[in-house]
Design a protein around this ligand. Structure first.
Ligand code: HEC
Ligand code: HEC
Length: 318
């Protein structure tokens, strides 16, 4: 892939100066914020051996590491981005991001990928802005694009920390290598509480005739179409809308979760109006119900084998 040295270190320097913290523009926050931030991104291991110094010699934690001033990625979003990357990008950009068989450039040395903060630079490329240069448009929702971008950044941060190239260790994206029987057992155990083969999942393989799209759909919970939550207060709640109840001395206020952080919570009421309440610790009491939480939680738990098995099984539900 040529071009091993040069632009890298200088580029990092310039880029990190301009970085300011910003919340990722993704879906609503999880009901329980990830604790402590001690979780590692879903990479394939520490990958500490060897390497060529990552172009930065003396760089260390606390130095000018790309992404360091960004909030750490949500582990569930990173895991989802990893899965999506494996499906859509590995063939061209490589399992380790350093370029693949089908001619994509090394993303670890990409200025675009380095500067991206929440998908704003990567997403347009994914959506087709570089088609003339050989990168096809990839059909992906903005939320999924943001997840992939978060994953790519999480890998770049591991390089920054370790000063070595990462070992991501994704196997090639063979979709239909799973065992349908084991996938069925997994489905019964982990998905059966909410889905059934004879109910809502009937014909799922006909709705998603392409195995990759099918895997994408079940891993993400079918993202793309009108996911509720932040900014969706005006629309009618759907089966995937995040709802919230705020209990005040004067009574409970219930509606769609528009926004929440440690200090404020904004509720979209049924009549389309928004109400924002100040939060002080546990006062008032705020209960968030996110129908897609199970999907996000599960993301961190799937092995590649689980994913292949479940997809192999779902493909049989024609
Ligand atoms: C069919 C091959 C192919 C696939 C699939 C593909 N890419 Fe690319 N990608 C390319 C090529 C070729 C370029 C170089 C385009 C150029 O030179 O402007 C590129 C460029 C990029 C760049 C810009 C790099 C830079 O610094 O200029 C990013 C970021 C990127 N791809 C991300 C992705 C992501 C994320 C995915 C998966 C969602 C993906 N690509 C899937 C072929 C591919
Ligand atoms: C706690 C409940 C819950 C669990 C457990 C769960 N899901 Fe879901 N899933 C949902 C909800 C809610 C949706 C969104 C449904 C909708 O949009 O109407 C969804 C959506 C989906 C979709 C998209 C359907 C479509 O038509 O696009 C697929 C596929 C899916 N789930 C597969 C799975 C699989 C496979 C598992 C187990 C590995 C699983 N789900 C576990 C709640 C769950």
């Amino acid at each position: 892939m040529g071009n091993k040295k040069g632009s890298g270190a200088a580029g990092l320097f310039l880029l990190t100066i301009a970085v300011t913290p910003q919340l990722p523009a993704q879906g609503p926050p999880p009901a329980t914020p990830p604790q402590g931030g001690a979780e590692t991104p879903a990479t394939g291991g520490p990958g500490a051996q060897g390497g060529r110094g990552g172009g930065g010699g003396g760089r260390r934690a606390g130095g000018f590491v790309p992404g360091q001033q960004r909030p750490p990625g949500d582990p569930a979003q990173i895991a989802r981005g990893k899965a999506l990357y494996g499906i859509h990008c590995t063939g061209c950009h490589g399992a380790d991001l350093r370029g693949g068989d089908m001619g994509g450039p090394n993303l670890l040395r990409s200025q675009v990928a380095l500067s991206d903060r929440s998908g704003e630079l990567i997403l347009p490329i994914v959506q087709g802005s570089r088609q003339n240069a050989g990168m096809p448009a990839i059909d992906m929702s903005p939320a999924d694009g943001a997840a992939v971008a978060t994953y790519v950044r999480s890998i770049m941060e591991t390089i920054g920390r370790q000063g070595t190239p990462p070992s991501v260790g994704l196997p090639p994206p063979s979709i239909l290598v799973g065992n349908a029987g084991e996938g069925q057992a997994y489905f019964a155990a982990k998905c059966g509480a909410c889905h059934s083969a004879t109910g809502d999942m009937q014909g799922i393989a006909s709705r998603y005739p392409d195995a990759k799209a099918l895997q994408n759909a079940w891993v993400s919970g079918g993202g793309g179409r009108g996911r509720g939550g932040r900014g969706a207060a005006a629309g009618a709640p759907s089966t995937r809308t995040v709802m919230v109840t705020v209990t005040l001395p004067s009574g409970a206020v219930e509606g769609q979760l528009v926004r929440i952080d440690d200090f404020l919570v904004t509720v979209g009421l049924a009549d389309g109006t928004l109400r924002t309440f100040r939060r002080d610790g546990n006062v008032p009491k705020v209960e968030v119900r996110d129908p897609m939480k199970a999907h996000r939680d599960m993301l961190a738990a799937y092995s590649d084998k689980d994913m292949h098995d479940v997809t192999a099984y779902l493909v049989t539900l024609k």
